[in-house]
Design a binder for this molecule. Structure first.
Ligand code: FES
Length: 97
């Protein structure tokens, strides 16, 4: 669905699969996928700030763990949905099931 090299190490990139907005994260070479929108409000996570394996929402600064999608601090309380990812021949593939 997207080239591995398009996902910056330590950062985030937006993607859409079958109409589902996703956030793709790359950390220590591995790729993780979560829902693309914050669980607190209408904010795109790919417009947030990445640091130390966490993504900070651009709207109210709630933070999530990039790997697990876990909500880490107020005002977010609901974890992000996560999706299985595999990389084949330099392409990131996400399973929406
Ligand atoms: Fe993300 Fe409020 S919309 S923390």
């Amino acid at each position: 669905m997207c080239a591995l090299e398009a996902v910056p190490e330590g950062g985030v990139r937006a993607a859409t699969l079958a109409g589902v907005p996703l956030a793709l994260f790359r950390l220590d070479g591995a790729v993780y996928a979560t829902q693309g929108m914050c669980t607190h409000g209408h904010a795109r996570l790919d417009e947030g700030w990445c640091e130390g394996g966490q993504i900070e929402c651009p709207l109210h600064q709630g933070r999530f763990d990039m790997r697990s999608g876990r909500a880490l601090c107020a005002p977010v309380t609901e974890d992000l949905r996560t999706y299985a990812v595999r990389v084949e021949d330099g392409t990131v593939l996400v399973d929406l099931d």
